[in-house]
Design a protein around this ligand. Sequence first.
Ligand code: 16G
Ligand code: MG
Length: 548
Amino acid sequence: MPPSSLRVVYAFAREMHPKTSDVFIQYGTAGFRTKANLLEHVVYRMGLLAVIRSRVKNGRTIGIMITASHNLEPDNGVKLVDPDGEMLEQSWEEIATRLANVSDNDLESTTEQVIKQVNADMALKASVFIGMDTRYTSPRLAAAAANGVIALKGTPKEFGIVTTPQLHFCVKCRNDNTYGTPTEEGYYEKIVGAFKKVCQKLPVYGEYNTTLYVDGANGVGGKKLNIIRKSLDGELDLNLYNLGGNGGKLNLNCGADFVKVSQKPPVGVEHAPFQRVASLDGDGDRIVYYYIDDKEKMHLLDGDRIATLLASYVTELLRAAEATHLKLGLVQTAYANGASTKYITEELKVPVSCVKTGVKHLHHAALEYDVGVYFEANGHGTVVYSAEAKKTISKIAEEGEPEQRKAAQLLLDIVDMTNETVGDAISDLFLVETVLRARGQNVRQWLAAYTDLPCRQLKVTVKDRNVISTSDAERLCTSPAGLQARVSAQAARHGSGRAFVRASGTEDVVRVYAEADTQESADKLAAEVAQAVFDLAGGVGDRPEIPA
Ligand code: 16G
Ligand code: MG
């Protein structure tokens, strides 16, 4: 493309998507996220960047997802999806930030610089898939993204309302047709199809019952489950709540993030004692389970529980298939409950790695294993299988002894049921249901595997959260000076005490996590650490209080 045609970049910006705000915006842990009315020019520019990225990748398809996940309705956001369905390569985050913040007058020249810097051949074709969540501000932003794609003569394809993982899946399929068909229907065919196949092989028995309640967070995930529900032939009886409509507001007092952080059941869901409930987040990439007992106490089954459930079952199947030379490992973050890590290493005897918060870090660490299970405690995770693992399992499924074959065939269904591109609430839901069904277990039996250490999370507002640096996968705080010493000293005063602090990647706060052998201790430790952050990292506003 001759440089003169870059004029369109400026013309579209000025005429349709002008930059009306000078607020600096940064491509964070999961893309740009802020108030929806500050985003239109940013999303337009991400349309431009997606085209450049597609050309650098030889015309392979790139994804743009318009969503602010578990944030409330007034927010929105945008993130880019790379050709294999993973998050945008980290080295491009700085480029995205630069492009998002230049003035309209400098946009044309900056675009030209970026093209040179990444050495994009602008004569190549470029393809961009665009998806959005259910926010009322999303259609306008999706249109801005499409205009960005068109401005650089790329081809946009709009998917309308889809979950974030559905878009990741479609991008992957478009670039690798062995993975599936790049449409929403293709997604259901593969993932739900695999679940139905498994149900044929595993009759319901024991304590498992096929009724599942779901909190849809008034977002896109619940809506998609409503489509799926009709095709399940009674194998899973989905009772769906918080589907949007009836005045229910997206993520407000409901959804996976609310349930996990507040440790409270969501509004809008009818509860029956010991009934299994799954809670999704607003864009359908996170899931936690819980139940309420007969004394109205809530019991949470979070990402750590899902990870251990899946890892233990897949380990069992690998053993039955006699494929134990395939190395299975689990990836967690510092937020993983200490009891889960202990259970995984000591009981399951599965290796564990700990990495920094954010799906991209977990995903890459999981790829180091033949079978890599990764989950954040907050419910974001999936399983990835190496090409070698898939080949080995397929071979056993065809040529093994009868018992081996049976296990390997089940494993193949499980691989198909898994969205390997990114954590996916819908795929994870079917995986969990598969394991509980295979084991004839109810939620209480699932919970009985180990006992969580009580924990507490707090946030502290400081002048500049970048004063906090960490090492050892965020488990140690290296600055400001003296903070780690205080954190360690406080943690040592509580039985099984563990605490850490880190700067949030999505909010302007410092996060505090603490766990200990009683809830009182965990609460106290969290408050003490929050005070230390406040004192040493420039706290603003009210001092955190320590419970008596
Ligand atoms: C983003 C991340 C999530 C992480 C969270 C941490 C993705 C897709 N999402 O939502 O994995 O747990 O940020 O937020 O990577 P924080 O930095 O504000 O604690
Ligand atoms: Mg999400």
